[in-house]
Ligand binder design. Structure first.
Ligand code: ZN
Length: 286
């Protein structure tokens, strides 16, 4: 028998339950990470990602990287892989399930199955003041995917080649020597650095609004494992109106990489182990 009006009203009024209570995750000692940063090693790289392009960078485990706005408001699309095993990559969906729609200081970028371990921990964010606005918007989301030429073609036709998906694919191909065909499937859903997004309350649709980022704002990370990163300066610029075109004003993004502190062996930090699930998926009776 179908539910009654009373049942339906009751179900709509039930308070939500958090799917993944995260208080059993390993605690993140932000102060300890920030303290290590004060004793970090030499600057290993300092690159400027041109507008509507992407570049790769490598960060040794225990090292740091910082993405900084330059010249004008600009959104960045970030991919991360294990440097020595590109099948271990950032898992946007599970990061969202664990931390929420947007991430900031003390939260982590988690890797894909079967690893599911922290790849990077956010230790600095000058846009943390933004919080969640009246529209439900916030910055640094893990709810979007990345702008791509396929969706653009589906919705508008045409062949635009500087979407973040294509930028990241070209950058990975150039950096690794993989062919474009080999590199493309390794590109994955991103962390939308500096992007201001949310879901509309009436239709539940993904929305964007002008990023509050200004030159000098940054997002800083600690590398929990050896990382290969790729950052695209999105063709949407500050993503206030449109992407997948050359219309928006776009600016470069800086990526600085710093080595681990010399006394890292004396700290409490160690590389996170891969997930301990036994991997048999119930087939151990065979
Ligand atoms: Zn983009």
């Amino acid at each position: 028998m179908l539910s009654s009006e009373k049942d339906r009203a009751h179900h709509k009024s039930i308070p939500p339950v958090i799917c993944y209570p995260n208080d059993t995750l390993p605690a993140v000692d932000v102060a300890a990470y920030q303290n290590m940063k004060t004793r970090c090693g030499d600057k290993l790289a300092d690159i400027l990602v041109p507008p509507r392009e992407a570049l790769c960078f490598e960060v040794p485990k225990g090292g740091f990287f910082r993405i900084t706005s330059q010249e004008g408001p600009q959104v960045g699309d970030l991919n991360l892989w294990h440097k020595n095993d590109l099948s271990e990559r950032f898992y946007s969906g599970k990061t969202r399930a664990l931390h929420g729609t947007h991430i900031s200081v003390g939260e982590r970028m988690w890797s894909s199955f079967p690893n599911l371990r922290p790849m990077a921990t956010i230790i600095g964010d000058t846009l943390q003041w933004y919080g969640i606005d009246e529209h439900g918007g916030s910055v640094h989301d893990v709810i979007g995917t990345r702008c791509d030429p396929y969706t653009h073609n589906l919705l508008s036709g045409g062949h635009y080649h500087h979407c973040c998906h294509s930028n990241l694919t070209r950058a990975l191909s150039h950096h690794t020597g993989l062919s474009l065909k080999e590199a493309e499937p390794l590109v994955h859903d991103v962390l939308n650095v500096f992007m201001c997004t949310g879901f509309t309350k009436d239709t539940g649709q993904y929305f964007m609004k002008a990023s509050p980022v200004r030159p000098g704002d940054y997002l800083e990370f600690y590398a929990e494992i050896d990382l290969l990163g790729a950052l695209s300066a999105c063709p949407g610029g500050d993503c206030s109106s449109e992407h997948s075109s050359d219309v928006a004003a776009c600016y470069p993004l800086q990526v600085e990489v710093f080595g681990p502190s010399e006394d890292i062996g004396a700290t409490d930090w160690s590389e996170p182990a891969k997930n301990e699930y036994d991997g048999t998926h119930g087939m151990d009776y065979l």
